[in-house]
Design a protein around this ligand. Sequence first.
Ligand code: HEC
Length: 415
Amino acid sequence: MLHRAAAILAVTVSACVARADGGGDAAARVFTRSCLPCHGTNGSAPLVLDSAERIVRNRRLASMLVEDGTMPPSIALPSADGLVADRRLSSEDRATLLAALAAGATDAFDAIKPSTDGRAAPAHDAIAPARAWTMPASGGARVRTFLAPNPSAARVRGVRVADPGARAQLPIRMMFLAADPRGTMRVLDAGDDGGFEAMGNVGLVPSGALGALSIVRPSFELPPGFCFEVPAGDIAIETIGEPIGRAARVLPRVAWIPAGADDTRPVRALAIPAKSLLLRADTCSTIEFTHAARADIDVVAVIVKGGAFLRSAEIDVRNDVRNDVRNDARAAGNAAPTRLLTVPDYRMAFAEPWVFTRAQRVTAGSTIVARLGFDNTADNPQQPSRPPQDVEGGLPPLGEDAMVVVLYAEAANSR
Ligand code: HEC
């Protein structure tokens, strides 16, 4: 299931092994901080590593994944003002962890502190489509969109996977939600097998407008004060799934997280799509696309959608030239851009919605700039074609459709 370069499978544990037994509880501390939040009993990862014995039993795979940067997954670099949590391992912590894993002694991990919470209980009021779809045993990633009835309008803070760990959930890597109150997509959903093969955008409303969930982040919550206003009607749930080696029934089930009395600022979605994408075989390319803000907005989350070829993302806010004579730097057009998000190692299978710790103001006249890096060479570990072929816009695994969805609230609402 995991994507990694074959070359890295030959694990090379570096000279740091020399410190194998001198680390005291250091390895346990690193593991508790950087791995247990997801690998504890209540975490998002299917593999539970909540005891020293379990960690040691899985140590070869664990070192491999730490070495090639797959674990911890889905790293966004922290911006200067701390908008996203920093999940990186420092090189020292990485060395400590790898050394303890290589030594293979359980006492290095005896001091880990697993949380005792159980997994989230299944939700009784789950939003789910009527029929499951059968994903074939093998092949590349698939996009499948389902429609699920949402009986009544609701103000929600977010959404979560209703029954994490359930079999019908296993092949799903990511889900993007959008409301279809008029039922315009029902006609697509008429077949016997659940769902249809298309993006889950509803007209101009991008899928992701009601948030997104992923294997890395099975629960999505807006920052305090914000909410989604979900109308009654259909919810389109776009899923990206990966075959798990046997045919599997796939059925997305999600549950709303209700909004509190103070969560009153409605959040909307802005889509910045990569238009007429063409990725030449054997080349890497960076594509920049922009959106000019017409009013002051507060950005609360960013969703980066891409397929096998998307490998990095940078989202900036650029203050363009203004008729503002009092501000010379801006008038000259050299105000430094504000970095919203940097994802240096984007992997479709480990992507997540990036929710900011607090809203980021983007003023009218500024431009949101998305710079996406694509790799259509044989070096891309997710490359579906040997040798690489030219790639155009379309569904994965062979096509690429990249889009940045910005979730924001109008700034005027805050006053
Ligand atoms: C943000 C959540 C998160 C963090 C933090 C995290 N993992 Fe994972 N890990 C996952 C998920 C999700 C999977 C399942 C991947 C899959 O099914 O493809 C996984 C899979 C694994 C696997 C098993 C892979 C397999 O093929 O079954 C190992 C081993 C692992 N992680 C080790 C670690 C170690 C060691 C750390 C700490 C350095 C870590 N993980 C940190 C989410 C996380």
